[in-house]
Design a protein around this ligand. Sequence first.
Ligand SMILES: *[C@@H]1O[C@H](CO)[C@@H](O)[C@H](O)[C@H]1NC(C)=O
Ligand SMILES: *[C@@H]1O[C@H](CO)[C@@H](O)[C@H](O)[C@H]1NC(C)=O
Ligand SMILES: *[C@@H]1O[C@H](CO)[C@@H](O)[C@H](O)[C@H]1NC(C)=O
Ligand SMILES: *[C@@H]1O[C@H](CO)[C@@H](O)[C@H](O)[C@H]1NC(C)=O
Length: 960
Amino acid sequence: MHAFILLWWCGLLVTSVVGGNNETDRLALLEFKAKITDDPLQVMSSWNDSIHFCQWRAVTCGHRHQRVIMLNLRSLKLVGSISPHIGNLSFLKTLTLSNNNFHDEIPSEIDRLRRLQNLRLYNNTLSGKIPRNLSHCTNLKHINFGCNLLDGEIPATLGTLSKLQIVSFEINNLTGSIPPFFDNLSSLEVFGALSNNLGGSIPHSFGQLTKLEFFSFGLNRLFGRIPPSIFNLSSLKYFDVGRNQIQGHLPLDIGITLPNIENLSVADNQFTGPIPISISNASNLKSLQFSGNKLRGGVPSLEKLNGLSVFVIGFNKLGNGGANDLSFLCSLTNATYLTILGISVNNFGGELPKCIVNFSTNLKTFVLDNNKISGKIPIGIGNLTNLERLDIWNTALSGNIPFEIGKLHKLQYLALSQNNFFGNMPSSLGNLTLLIKLFLGDNNLQGSIPLSLGKCQNLNLLSLSNNNLSGTISSQISSFSFSPVFVDLSGNKFTGVLPMEIGNLKNLEYFDISKNMLFGKIPTSLGRCVKLEYLPMRSNFFQGVIPSSLESLRGLQVLDLSKNNFSGNIPKFLESFIFLELLNLSYNNFDGEVPTNGVFKNISATVIKGNSKLCGGMPKFELPICKYNKPKKRKLTPSLKLVISILSGLFGVTLHGASKSFIAECEALRNIRHRNLVKVLTACSGVDYQGHDFKALVYEFMTNGNLDEWLHPISRINEVPEEQTNLNFLQRLNIAIDVANALEYLHHCCHSPIVHCDLKPSNVLLDDEMIGHVGDFGLARFLCKATRECFTNQSSSIELKGTVGYAPPVAEYGMGNKVSTFGDVYSYGILLLEMFTRKRPTDNIFKDDLNLHDFVRGALPERVINIVDPIILSEREDMETRTNDSHIQNRIGCPKILECLILIFGIGVFCSMESPRERMNISDVVAQLHLIRDKLLRTRIHRERLQLTGNLFMTQYLLL
Ligand SMILES: *[C@@H]1O[C@H](CO)[C@@H](O)[C@H](O)[C@H]1NC(C)=O
Ligand SMILES: *[C@@H]1O[C@H](CO)[C@@H](O)[C@H](O)[C@H]1NC(C)=O
Ligand SMILES: *[C@@H]1O[C@H](CO)[C@@H](O)[C@H](O)[C@H]1NC(C)=O
Ligand SMILES: *[C@@H]1O[C@H](CO)[C@@H](O)[C@H](O)[C@H]1NC(C)=O
């Protein structure tokens, strides 16, 4: 007892001199807490003076001194920065903040933690540099700064931390080179900096780290050669330098000098020479990745490597086109864990050996495309029941596609294009219900597309181009249970018409039916495929006009109608298709005037030759001048239903004069025309059946109801199928642009500005193409001199309030007739915020001082994920899983949708500022939203392109 007290005293004496006391710790912890800005799990609620700080959650004290020795806040959803006061916890041995959202820099005060052994800051958003003076923490054993946003160099001072065992900097943005002063770190077992921007070569000193087991520097910019001494580190289990620019040969005895190696990757570098035969001695190997180098020669037998799970050697110059090139495949049949096998893009020749049907059923990915492999797909292929991806495109295989392929129930990706397969497409393809992409193009397949294919409900890419397929496509398309993104049927002998049901393929972005024998008209329903970007239809027998419904295909980049029998005028709406890069109308029977704006200005993007009845256009087309034709008045089609909006009572008080102004306004409204305004067909006034006066505006009918019903579908009539009740991100953005366009037109483009005064989702109507039209001008006000008179008369009797929630703060409209365009912008801002949060401004959560504007504003930019409509987020996940590039995903961490959302919410917030002067101008809103959509579409297209042009590209990614 005595001794204990003595020690206790000594401790106190010492610490009070150099390390503060227990009160210092308490204050430091409170300072730490003060920098936490969000704590959804209420972790910090126990951090208060009602209990001793040693009992605070996540805090551990040493028994003797009651000083904090460990702070473990892993995975607690904390947001904030790391307080510099952390440096006052002078007894701290372990600091773990991994898997949170700590941002800003790592405070340099951390260097005062002289007892610190474990510093784990993995998976936050820390930025800035690694503190140089971290070297003062001489007891450090374990540093993990992985998955942050750190930049700058790895400080060479860390080379003095002789107790270090584990150091990880993976997935940051570190630059410079690997410091050569690490040879003192004799305890180092793990050193990883995967995915940074490190350059230079690997220092020789690493060869002295005899305890090193794990060396991971993939995805950097390292060059030079690997110091030979590293290959003598028999301790190594994991060695990954994939995707750098390293040169040299693999040492011939590598399989002997690295007897413990389990994971060896030199993929995507500049290695030359052969695969050393000794590799087959490294019997602990689980993953061997040599792909993407310049390796040559044969592949040795791998029969001792029965633990292999990943073997990838694609994108080299292996094989010599000989008959025995692929014999090594048969040495893998005892590798029971084999999951990924890739030999694409090499010089392998010979027949595909039948032994492949004896591969482990664990095999998920088998890619051998782009070789000179001949023979047939062996019948037993159906044994590989867990196969998810099979790539055999661009080889020299022939024969039928075996019916057994239908046994591969897990298959998601099947690429057999560019071979000599003949016969019919097996109907068993319909059993592949998980199939996402099917490439069968450039073969000699014949017969019709089996109807069973319609059962592949997950298919989003179907490429059958350049075969001898025949029959109609109408019933096939009608039977699709899937909604593909990419369909290429070009270069076959398909005949018949394009069915109406094409309009059900709402996700279609690429639809190529050129070079077939299709006929009939373009179905108007095609206008419902609003995501279309590529629409080549050339060289068929189509006829009729370009339907006006195609006006909704505003994302089109390529529209090729050449070499058909199309007639009628070239629609003017094509002028507004800003993404159009190629418009080929050549060799048809189009007549009338060639428009002159948009794509028509660019005579290399527009091809119109071979249409003898065209006139006008840009002079360079050298067409005859058009004879003036009075434009025909658009007739109302019978299907156009009318809706009558009754405004009785609104003008009831100043009856006589108002009636006159009502008619005047209606006349004016009738003359304002814009594609995003509901057309006012006529205005009328009369006496209803009860003898009351009524006034009415007659609007064009909109088939898809109003935006309010779409955003808040509970109130929606149940006839609409489930999946259609939700607007996707792009649709919302398009509608937001439509509404902004309409407002811009009202505010700026008429003779006199018009203020709508009652913009809200229920006044945004959607037509059958989901284009937004602003309607209900019941409260609309002209700001011009001509009608000012009728205003001033009315202002006293009409309540110009708009709708609660959407109307700007009271003072504005309350000031008599001071109606202004700023008010509309406010309503627009609220509408925009509602569209993307799916919260009405009148939602129950908005009471007391919180409103929709503040709700969004407070969350920008970091917490945008917390306020956005969850439906959009799930869509984002979908989009992300469509890209295979998991590295880039990690890297960016918040892909484009989030970026775009932050911008959109920003616009909404600026539009709904309390002070009218701080609000945006609607023209700027239009311009910015366009830019955002541009950005979004471009990225998406870019990503899709990578996949399309891309078996090659994808394979390469997959193999890393
Ligand atoms: C701090 O230590 C002093 C004496 O060393 C002790 O009296 C006091 O109760 C301790 N305070 C806390 C908060 O532990
Ligand atoms: C990073 O932390 C988040 C929680 O903040 C977690 O959801 C995610 O899975 C973690 N990522 C990794 C790679 O550990
Ligand atoms: C990484 O740093 C480079 C400059 O060193 C910079 O251009 C790049 O944007 C940074 N990347 C990330 C993801 O921060
Ligand atoms: C697979 O293992 C069996 C049984 O041990 C053996 O007979 C056969 O030769 C092995 N095959 C290969 C290719 O290594």
